[in-house]
Design a protein around this ligand. Sequence first.
Ligand SMILES: NC(=O)c1ccc[n+]([C@@H]2O[C@H](COP(=O)([O-])OP(=O)(O)OC[C@H]3O[C@@H](n4cnc5c(N)ncnc54)[C@H](OP(=O)(O)O)[C@@H]3O)[C@@H](O)[C@H]2O)c1
Length: 239
Amino acid sequence: MSRTIVVTGGATGIGRAVAERFRADGDTVVITGRRAELLEKASAELGAQAVVCDGTDPDQVRRLVEALPGEVHVLVNNAGGNTDFSAPGDGDLAALKNNWLANYDANVLTAVLTTTALAPRIADRGAVVHVGSIAGTRGAGSYGAAKAALATWNQDVAAELGPRGITSNVVAPGFTAGTEFFQGRLTGERRERLLEATMTKREGEVGDIAAAIHFLGSPAARHITAQVLHVNGGALTSR
Ligand SMILES: NC(=O)c1ccc[n+]([C@@H]2O[C@H](COP(=O)([O-])OP(=O)(O)OC[C@H]3O[C@@H](n4cnc5c(N)ncnc54)[C@H](OP(=O)(O)O)[C@@H]3O)[C@@H](O)[C@H]2O)c1
């Protein structure tokens, strides 16, 4: 059966790999993002549909839902990233507040608005998958705190949608290459440290994350819900 999959932030990095994975099944895939040109190029390459949507803007999210065809079988809340690479403690509390709110908006509100608006349109026995982070457990300032909030809120989504057979889970990547995440700030030394922290001694690939998300959206995973699945090469263990 061909399904409809929505991937927020689907033009680059992990989101793009997720879109590609579902397209390989012949699914209808809708990708979103803020940069129209990038989105158009990616959708043409993937054979996906594109909807320009800033997931932090309620009006744009409402218009996204109106633009979607019929039922949605899998929603992947992938949009996000670390909006705050600044060092804390320079004493500017107003800037600190803005930085924390920006990461909350980018990583929590995008998922909350999209899931809430789309919930009535998600097919029974469908799936919601949020992209969290190793930082949500390990900590990383406002970014880690936002990803932790996302994982906590996932419990609510799973409980609310569970009676319809809809699952809701978080996939929490560790360091994953092939994305715009580090915005050119990843030094060779930091990369080495991140690799050294894994048990597999390699960097994560976007396909590693896409495979986990694809599984959680599949018929095989209909009784897995309210969980956080870490995909990090053993850099963090869940017990
Ligand atoms: N790469 C890693 O090592 C890593 C590790 C752990 C978790 N993650 C998580 O993985 C997810 C995907 O990130 P990535 O690593 O693939 O980096 P990425 O290449 O920067 O992808 C992020 C995508 O999200 C979109 N986006 C950001 N804010 C948005 C908004 N307000 N509304 C709509 N789209 C938005 C971006 O497109 P526009 O800018 O065009 O909107 C971009 O396509 C993020 O949630 C990130 O926190 C990444």
